[in-house]
Design a protein around this ligand. Structure first.
Ligand SMILES: [Ca+2]
Length: 472
């Protein structure tokens, strides 16, 4: 039997037990014991005793069992106590388990803290690295700005130099023009003075002219030494019966020019071959050209000449358009000039060829003109007659092609293979603007010599060639 008592009560129990043979005196004999048990009071009246237990006030958490009956009751109490003990032990074990769990948690927390510290350290390291990189990038940006500034300065300087160069060119052009007019003025003065020694006077004039014109030409540096010598040992104008030998000659003219073409020059009474100033009708442009006044009745405007390989003919459209080379040597007059010249009248073309054995032939076409640049300076050619054979009629009605402008009928660019601009078909029966090979037959991967197929075939590079035009 179990009874749960509430906490905080003072339990007062009085038990009355009948003890036979036990007198009250005995209590008196043990009065000290009574004193020693302050919580006990006794009442001996009627042979009954009573005990008073004063239980200290305490908090009872578990069940309180009271057994006053028997030993079996005590045993059950013991069993209950044991059960209680076991239960408390279990609780203890649980608590112990909790404690252990708490311990592992602590360990885990420690590990986490450690990890966190490591992470912090790593973050600090990364931050330092980042700072370093940022600083480095700033340095690089500064360096880049410095280089850009240098580049800008260099570009400005280059532009300045270019501008200066253009100014110099202008001044040079003006000086050349001035020399030209002075030369004509000298010539007129000479005539007024009725100076009989015209040969000497013309020599002076020629020297002035040759000095200026020689510089005007772009490819002057390419002239071979013997040609430079030819300039120095200038022949007299009366000796200019042929253009076989390169020389400079600016004749003293009766009229100042410019002329429409070389036939106009001839009609003006000028009979000396040389460089003259021309201005085609309706063309607002001046040009210089070599006038051939001795061969084939004269009056020929030379539009192309090859004789020593001193000028490179592998050039761009713009250069073929404007002309290049040396007027007293190898040159190309220029497609634009040709267009304006052949626009003013009907012209014929004469192609003069000479091989390495000195044999000279010619091919003439009774009409020759070019279409404008918008039609790629297309060739319009008349009937052939001559001694060289016809190697140009195949190119009639063909556009002009250069290394940078492919207008030919071939899938590739013929100018790349033949190393010069021409009115290519697919590709050519003739090309007088190819590579000037010495000695005639040449070895090359391509058919790129100066050739006229009807005269020695395509693998023979001619020694001298010239193309000239004249009104019919
Ligand atoms: Ca082509």
């Amino acid at each position: 039997m179990e009874k749960t008592l509430t906490i905080g009560l003072t339990l007062f129990l009085t038990l009355c037990v009948d003890i036979p043979g036990a007198g009250g005196r005995s209590d008196g004999a043990h009065g000290d014991d009574a004193q020693k048990r302050p919580s006990r009071s006794s009442d001996t009246k009627g042979g009954r005793c009573s005990y008073t237990f004063i239980v200290p006030q305490q908090k009872l958490t578990g069940a309180l069992c009271l057994n006053t009956q028997s030993a079996s009751a005590n045993q059950s109490e013991v069993a209950a106590l044991r059960a209680e003990l076991r239960r408390q032990q279990e609780q203890l074990e649980k608590l112990h388990g909790h404690l252990e769990q708490d311990g592992s948690l602590v360990m885990e927390v420690r590990a986490l803290r450690k990890e966190s510290n490591a992470m912090n350290s790593r973050i600090a390291q990364l931050y330092a690295q980042l700072l370093h990189e940022v600083i480095q990038k700033k340095d690089q940006a500064l360096e880049q700005r410095r280089v850009e500034s240098i580049l800008l300065n260099a570009t400005t300087q280059a532009l300045q130099v270019s501008s200066n160069y253009r100014e110099l060119e202008k001044k040079y052009g003006a000086l050349t023009s001035m020399i030209s007019s002075q030369n004509q003025f000298i010539a007129r003065l000479e005539k007024r003075c009725l100076c009989r020694d015209s040969t000497q006077a013309s020599l002076v004039g020629n020297q002035l002219w040759s000095a200026s014109a020689n510089d005007v030409q772009r490819d002057q540096s390419a002239l071979p030494p013997q040609q430079e010598q030819a300039v120095v040992s200038l022949p007299t104008t009366t000796a200019n019966s042929t253009t076989d030998h390169p020389f400079i000659s600016f004749p003293v003219t009766k009229t100042p020019g410019p002329w429409r073409d070389c036939q106009h020059v001839q009609e003006s009474g000028e009979t000396t071959s040389g460089i003259y100033l021309l201005r085609p009708q309706s063309a607002n442009r001046l040009l210089q050209a070599w006038c051939e006044q001795s061969r084939a009745q004269g009056g020929w405007t030379v539009i192309q000449r090859r004789q020593d390989g001193s000028v490179n003919f592998f050039r761009t459209w713009e250069q073929y358009k404007q002309g290049f080379g040396n007027l007293d040597g190898e040159y190309w007059l220029g497609l634009e000039h040709l267009y304006w010249l052949t626009k003013q009248a009907q012209y014929k073309l004469r192609v003069a060829l000479e091989d390495w054995q000195g044999r000279q032939v010619f091919a003439e076409y009774d009409s020759f003109r070019l279409e404008p640049e918008s039609d790629w300076y297309r060739l319009r050619l008349g009937q052939y007659h001559g001694t060289a054979g016809d190697s140009l009629s195949w190119h009639n009605n063909k556009a002009f092609t250069t290394l940078d402008r492919d207008k030919d009928s071939y899938t590739g660019n013929c100018a790349h293979y033949q190393k010069g601009g021409w009115w290519y078909h697919m590709c050519a029966h003739s090309n007088l603007n190819g590579v000037w090979y010495r000695g005639g037959h040449y070895r090359s991967r391509y058919q790129d010599g100066v050739y006229w197929a009807e005269f020695h075939g395509g693998s023979y590079s001619l020694k001298r060639v010239s193309m000239m035009i004249k009104p019919t």
